[in-house]
Write a protein that binds this ligand. Sequence first.
Ligand SMILES: [Zn+2]
Length: 96
Amino acid sequence: MCWDSHKCKCGQLYFIYVPKKLILEEAGGFGSEMIRAAGEIDERERKSGEIEVMKKSVKKIGAKFIDVRVNRVLRCKCGETFDPLSFLSKPNEETT
Ligand SMILES: [Zn+2]
């Protein structure tokens, strides 16, 4: 599973679930075969209940669970926003 964590300026900790399929799509350069395979892995993870288990343990430690499929952009109650997929910014992207 792909997890990312983010600590907001206000101290709130977030655990972010990012489906593999989304990573491949956002990163670009992957064939449709690979993207479909990644989607199948995501589906297996969802069906196996792994995500639910993670969600519960995240809550236990007082962190917040974010599913990128539901919340594309993280918006903290303190007003801060964070793009969970910012780590995917392509390194070969033109810098301005
Ligand atoms: Zn915050």
